[in-house]
Design a protein around this ligand. Structure first.
Ligand code: 1GP
Length: 245
């Protein structure tokens, strides 16, 4: 079963670079309306989750609500076992590789795995790597944040993810990060890591988005922009149009 993974690969064949919209289930009331708009603007998938999202019942309601107005895949992006719920299409089955707490590397994954099986959600094996050290994802995940300028450490973790069989690597600066991951780090990782490269955290405009995809990111994740910027629709449209061109 790799329906969503095949879909992602097809989207990449079609557009070369794609964007996922992250909707933090805790931060949206009318989530289906935002979801409908991001699909219209060209997002290839919707990620639902958040490092502090702990209300599984609400999460599932939001997933159902998103699915009622969109046809792009809804992919769970869990920060813990409570991020697994029945009605999603797939899950970024992440291991937070640079956590100092084994719970976030393999413990939560073991606890959540049978649920993923039971709900028949497609797992997308993802090495999750946190850069920087002042975001919620960093704090909650007890990450030993890789310094922004230490590309060599990001390369080591990304290559380790590949050798462990993870088909996705997510370089994460953290939601609402003050600065995004540098294009230099992305291009350095790209030279070594041979898999689908997701980059997110602090991406708010098309100039940065273009630099990151030119450096080798395959998929950009945009979240906070949709929550905090009144002009988010125009900015997201610009990001998607520039990365596809
Ligand atoms: C966070 O990478 C995502 O997990 C998106 O980050 O909210 O800063 O866009 P932003």
């Amino acid at each position: 079963m790799s329906r969503v993974e095949d879909y992602i690969k097809n989207e990449l064949k079609k557009h070369k670079k794609i964007c996922f919209a992250l909707l933090d289930s805790e931060n949206f009331h009318d989530i289906s309306d935002v979801a409908r708009k991001v699909e219209m603007l060209g997002a290839s998938a919707i990620l639902v989750g958040g490092s502090s999202a702990i209300d599984q019942i609400d999460l599932d309601k939001k997933v159902v609500s998103i699915k009622s107005t969109t046809s792009i895949p809804v992919i769970l992006f869990p920060g813990n076992v409570t991020g697994v719920c029945p009605n999603a299409d797939a899950i970024l089955f992440t291991s937070l590789l640079n956590s100092e707490d084994p719970y976030f590397i393999s413990g939560a994954q073991a606890l959540g795995a049978l649920l993923v099986k039971k709900y028949n959600i497609e797992p997308l094996p993802t090495g999750y790597i946190i850069i920087g050290d002042d975001t919620t994802a960093w704090f909650v995940g007890r990450a030993r944040g890789i310094p922004f300028e230490k590309s060599n450490i990001a390369i080591m973790y990304s290559l380790a993810a590949q050798y462990l069989g993870m088909r996705f690597v997510y370089l994460e600066a953290g939601s609402g990060a003050k600065k995004n991951i540098s294009s230099e780090m992305v291009s350095n990782v790209r030279k070594y890591y041979d898999g689908l490269l997701i980059v997110g955290g602090g991406i708010r405009d098309s100039t940065v988005a273009k630099e990151l995809v030119d450096a080798g990111a395959d998929i950009l994740v945009v979240g906070t922009l949709l929550e905090r910027d009144l002009l988010w629709e125009k900015k997201l449209a610009d990001i998607i149009s520039i990365i596809r061109s």
